[in-house]
Structures are given as C-alpha cells and as structure tokens.
Design a protein around this ligand. Structure first.
Ligand SMILES: Nc1ncnc2c1ncn2[C@@H]1O[C@H](COP(=O)(O)OP(=O)(O)OP(=O)(O)O)[C@@H](O)[C@H]1O
Length: 681
C-alpha cells in the first residue's frame, strides 16, 4: 500500500493553524453550551411546576452540566473525515470527530460525537472500503495542544493501519494514574465489538492487553449514547474483580461524558448478608458448584404443601367454607405457573380470597367492599392455610435451614450431592438463627440464588462483566438474574483464570449467564505488553491447559531482564531506583506475604509507595500483591520471586501468567529460587 504523501511545509503550517483555530472555536462553543446548561440548572426549580419535576429536571441538568465539562488536557477532537464529492449523503463535507457533540450558536456541528453514525467511518473506513471518505486525518496532541496531524488519502489507496505514528505514540505514552479512554485510536476489530447492537450479547476472549476492558467500557458508552432513555431507566452495570480494579477504571466513562453507570464486584451484588467467615476450599468449591442451583430450587419447592382440610371463615355476619377440592386446585394451578415463590404465595392468597368473594357475591348479589377483601386476605384461617401450604421464606432462612437440618438437605440434595458432600456442606459453625450465623462469601452467593427463587428482581439493560473467566457457575447465575431482559458483554481470558472454579470453556459460562447463543469473539492485537515480554510469558501457556488463540503484540520496543539475586529485597530497591529514571509508573509485584516487607524496605530507602487501590496517589511506585494485580498495568514492572507467587495458590502458574503480562515497557524478573519449570525452559 502506498505511504501517505507529505504535503509541503507551508501548506502544513497553514493547515495546522486552521485546525487550532477550529479547536479554539469548538472550545468556546462548548463552554457556551455549558454556561447555558448551568443557567438552566440554576433556574430549573423556578420553571418546574412541582417538587418531583423540579428534582427530575435538576438531576437532568446536573448531569448535563457534568457531561459538558471540558478537560483541557484531553483533546476535544482527535480526528477529521473529509468526504469525497461523490458521497450521496455527505458530498464534499468534512467533520471533526471528538468526545462529544459541540455545536455553534446556529446549531451547526463543530465536533461530532465519536459514537454518532457518521463517526463510524473514522474507525472502520479502509483503502479497500473507504465508505465515501476521501481523507481521514488523525491529530496529535501534546498536553492539550494540537501539535501535528496525519492524513490517509483513502481515495488514493493510502492506509496506515497500525503503522500510524499517532497510534504508536498513544500506545507508547507512559501510563500514570487511572485508566484512560481510547476513543482516538479504537481499532477496527475493537470497534466492531464496541458498536455491536444492544440486543446482542457477546463474549470477548483476548490475550492480556488486547483491550478487552477498554472495549467493554467503550461499548457501555456507545450503548448509552444510542439508547439513552431506555438505558437510563434500566441502567448499565460494570462488574469487575475487585475494588482496586474498579477504582482503576472508574475515570474512563466519566471522561466520555457518561456519569451514570454502576460499578460493582460480584461480592457487592450478592451482599444481602455480611460476610464474616471463610470457607475451607472444598466447601467453597461445592457451594459454587452448579448443582447447588437445583438443590436450592428443590429446597424452596419442598415448602409447597397440600391442603389437608377445608377452611371455614367467618366475617361476623356470615360463615363461608372452602372445600378441599377447590383448595387443591388453587395450589396446583399456582404451582404450575412456575412463578417466583413469594409471588406464588401472594397468588394463592388472592385466589382463596377470590373464592370467598364469589360466595359472598352469590349470597348478597353485590360485590363485597375493598375493606372486606383486605380483611379476608389477612384473616386467620386464610393465613394459617398459607403458612401450611405455602409458608413465607427468607433467603438466609432457607440456607440456614439446609445448613442445620440434615433431613431437609438430604431431601433437596437426593441424587445430586453425595452423603460426603452433604456433610461438607453442613460442616462449619452455624448460628442458632440466620442473623447469628457468620456467613461466608459462598453462602452469600447461595442466599442471593434463593432470593432470586423467591422474588424476581429488576435487571439492568446491559451488563459488562470483566475478568469473567474467574466467575463460578453460581456467580454467573447471580449476574444472569440481573441481566435477564438485557444483554451482556463478557470479557476475559481463559489463560488468566485463577479462581478454583475458573472457566475452561466460554460456552459453559455463557449458558450459566443465560446467554447460550452469544458469539465468542477473539481479540488478537496486544497493545500493552512488548513482544519480548509476551514471548517470555507465553512459555507458561502450554502448562495452563487452555485453548486460546495467540495474540500479536504491537509493541516491539520494551525490554525484558530476568536475573538472579541473593538479596531479593536489596535487588528490588535497586531495580525500583533504576526504574524511576524513566517516565511512567512502576509496579512491584510479589507474593502477597512479601508485600509488607518490600514496602518497608522501599520506605527505608526513601522511596514513597502507593497502595493498589489508591489510583490518584502522588507516588509513582506501587507495591502490589500478586492476587490483586489482575487487569492493571505499569510502565515498569518488577516481579519478585516467581516461584513464591506460583507456590502461594493452586492455580499459581495462571497467576504468574497474569503477573508477567502487566508491563507496558519494561519487565524485570528477580529471583533467588529457580524459576518455575515452564519459564526456565
Ligand atoms: N485501540 C487502542 N489504542 C490505544 N491503546 C489501546 C487500544 N486498545 C487497548 N489499548 C491500551 O492497551 C492497554 C490494555 O488494554 P486493556 O486493559 O483494555 O486490555 P485487557 O485485554 O483488558 O487486558 P488484561 O487481559 O490484562 O486485563 C490499556 O492501556 C489500553 O488503554
């Protein structure tokens, strides 16, 4: 493919000047839009009729003001599309593409939102399929100042692809602080996922650093733009592995103008009871097993009984009787409807009252009053019937019952759990009541499952699940309950699975998530890890027993340094000192129990360190326990004693693979013990 032609220098200067002027004009227009929104916000309460409308309007305006905030360090636009004369819709027009729409006083667009339909060509047009675009221009910025641009004359067959200087500079830019958006440089294979239909659930399998997290967040922003009202009502949820990760990604969506997205860990989602105990590994594995879903379903179902005698009800004036047959019918019909249990209980009550109502109507030839109906629905014989055939249940009460009543568990688990497994399930201390019980994290998932059997909760319009390979089947179901009527974006890498129940097959996870037909799409280009580091980490892949497509790294810079050291602590301090000579962040990653020692040694040496959940910290060095580093990245990574990281947990080699793939530019591996076998090869 021909390389882009260089324009002569004077034209270039003139063009650059014109683009800077356009940037100034757009900035001024954005600030006018914001002022207008602010003044509407200030007067909103006077305009709105009632308190409710005022509050709604206030919230809307506050959101609008936030959305229109201008950050001087992020460029308002990053690209431009010049359409050819023959394009049927945009002949001869040019558009600047940026983070949000900016219009002038007449409402003419100065900058188009990157999510607008026209902007799509910025990401997807190619020399082979120019989509009407004659020239695609990318802008280079330095500290918010427009300093350069790069043109591709698609109409002349020019295309840079990943050789773009501006893309390369963006990828190689030192990382500091929280994660950044990638709107300026989304790649075609990523864009296809970002712009997938709201109705489509997708699963992205990608090697470390292929942009899975970035794609998920940008998809959320894209869907919110396209289906704003609908998704504002139903909500968008991002699920991540831990607090540190969530705070690392928290700034991306607000930078894209999206301030109303919920972020949570799975533990947050199921936090109906406080978690105050830890399961033995075997018990935890059993509780996360998919068979538990059926055990719990049966245990709830077992509470539905059979009426054994007619009921007699007196309302003061008359006595009514409902025979056994109609009562049987009410219970059987309700059961057949397969409603959530608590809804079923309400339905039985309503039907029994309905039977009384019909008798009353027949006798008095008029409908009984609402007050009469209410009284009948709470009258003792009706409530007693309900308590026998459809007793009220609570989620923690039911799990407590299974932990304390061997017979109840045996009935529910018959043919599903062995006797040993039932004993394992009931092992451990249980309080006298649910409230007095010290629940474990796995218990909380089971309690949430029961809550889902009792009552159907409202779900989100879209859920993005990151690091999804670590979810257990029961955790997948907890997410499924929150996305039953919505779609999901599942992001992960089977090679990075470190939980005891880590997925080995995406179709299985998707089935537990209630989206068995979702497509599994690979991402294949790595934007983080330098090729030499990828090659080193990939030595582990054969030992990880997963079938994942290999990725190609875009980064050929970077360095890898693996060496032995007698005094690991001293070597770490020296390595961190050397790393600080470069720009960017430094991450020291070690087995969890070595973290305090390393942090203290660095402090003694006068090196300030941050903790992993403090993404805004001034210190450039972070000491990170290996178990918390998933999803994060640092320019310079120092891995201390790989053998200890591997030895610390059953899936230690997978953990080490995660650890070795966090480096953006330089990786130093320091060890005293021999390297784990696959690496030493
Ligand atoms: N198109 C792109 N342009 C510029 N940078 C990109 C692009 N795609 C991804 N990146 C950058 O590459 C890095 C890795 O991206 P991200 O964290 O989304 O990858 P990931 O696949 O989720 O990785 P992991 O599996 O390790 O969690 C980030 O710094 C991200 O900003």
């Amino acid at each position: 493919m021909p390389a882009p032609r260089l324009e002569d220098a004077t034209t270039l200067d003139g063009e650059l000047l014109a683009e800077r002027t356009h940037l100034d004009t757009s900035r001024a227009a954005l600030s006018r839009m914001r002022e207008r929104a602010e003044s509407l916000f200030a007067t909103g309460d006077k305009v709105a009729g009632d308190a409710y409308t005022a509050e709604q309007l206030g919230r809307h305006m506050a959101r609008r003001v936030k959305e229109l905030a201008d950050d001087p360090t992020t460029p308002l636009f990053f690209g431009r599309l010049d359409f050819g004369e023959t394009d049927p819709d945009h002949a001869g027009r040019d558009y600047h593409v940026g983070r949000r729409h900016v219009t002038d006083e007449l409402g003419e667009p100065l900058v188009l939102d990157w999510r607008a339909p026209v902007s799509r060509s910025f990401y997807r047009a190619s020399a082979r399929d120019p989509q009407g675009v004659a020239v695609r221009r990318r802008f280079g910025f330095s500290s918010g100042v427009l300093t350069s641009f790069e043109d591709e004359h698609l109409d002349r067959g020019e295309e840079l692809g990943t050789a773009s200087r501006i893309l390369t500079a963006e990828i190689e830019r030192p990382r500091v602080g929280p994660m950044r958006d990638i709107v300026a440089t989304i790649q075609p294979e990523q864009d296809e996922l970002v712009r997938a239909d709201l109705a489509d659930s997708i699963c992205v399998q990608g090697a470390p650093g292929t942009g899975k997290t970035a794609v998920g967040l940008h998809r959320a922003a894209y869907l919110l733009y396209l289906h704003r009202e609908r998704l504002r009502r139903s909500g968008v949820l991002i699920v991540g592995p831990n607090r540190a990760f969530l705070s690392y990604i928290a700034a991306v969506l607000p930078a894209l103008g999206e301030v109303e997205v919920e972020q949570a860990t799975v533990e947050d989602l199921v936090a109906r009871v406080p978690v105050r105990a830890v399961d033995e590994p075997a018990a935890a594995a059993l509780k996360h097993d998919i068979r538990m879903a059926e055990v719990l379903r049966r245990a709830v179902d077992a509470h539905i009984g059979t009426p054994s005698e007619p009921i007699m009800v007196s309302d003061g004036s008359f006595r009514w009787r409902i025979g056994l047959d109609p009562l049987h019918r009410v219970v059987a019909e309700t059961r057949a409807e397969g409603l959530p249990y608590a809804t079923g209980r309400d339905r039985v009550r309503a039907r029994v009252v309905g039977l009384l109502q019909r008798q009353a109507e027949a006798r008095r030839a008029e409908s009984p009053s609402d007050a009469w109906l209410r009284r009948m629905s709470r009258i003792k014989p009706v409530t007693e019937l309900l308590d026998t055939v459809w007793p009220a249940l609570t989620p923690d009460g039911l799990v407590h019952l299974l932990r304390t009543d061997a017979d109840a568990l045996a009935t529910a688990a018959d043919g599903l759990l062995t006797v040993e497994e039932q004993e394992l399930f009931r092992a451990g201390k249980v309080g006298r009541t649910p409230k007095a019980t010290r629940w474990t994290a796995a218990d909380a998932v089971l309690i949430d499952e029961v809550a889902g059997l009792l009552e159907r909760a409202g779900g989100f319009g879209h859920v993005v699940v990151d690091e999804a390979q670590d979810l257990s089947p029961m955790q997948c179901r907890a997410i499924a309950r929150r996305s039953e009527h919505g779609s999901i974006t599942l992001l992960g890498d089977l090679a990075q699975g470190t939980s005891p129940w880590a997925a080995t097959d995406w179709h299985e996870s998707l089935t537990h998530l209630g989206k068995p037909d979702a497509a599994v799409v690979p991402l294949s280009v790595g934007f983080r890890v330098p090729a030499a580091v990828v090659a080193f980490a990939n030595r582990l892949l054969p030992a990880l027993a997963v079938d994942v497509p290999a990725a190609r790294s875009l980064r050929h810079d970077g360095s890898l340094d693996v060496r032995t050291a007698e005094d690991l602590t001293a070597a770490t301090v020296a390595e961190v000192r050397a790393a600080l000579a470069y720009d960017g962040s430094v991450g020291v990653i070690a087995a969890d129990d070595a973290v305090d020692r390393l942090r203290a040694a660095l402090a003694d040496a006068g090196v300030a360190t941050a903790t992993v959940d403090d993404v805004e910290a001034a210190a450039r060095v972070t000491v990170v326990p290996a178990t918390l580093v998933k999803g994060l990245e640092y320019d310079h990574v120092v891995v201390v004693e790989p053998a200890a990281i591997v030895a610390a947990e059953p899936r230690g080699l997978h953990r080490l693979y995660v650890v070795l793939t966090r480096a953006v530019s330089r990786l130093a591996v320091l060890h005293r013990d021999p390297l784990p076998a696959p690496l030493a090869a």
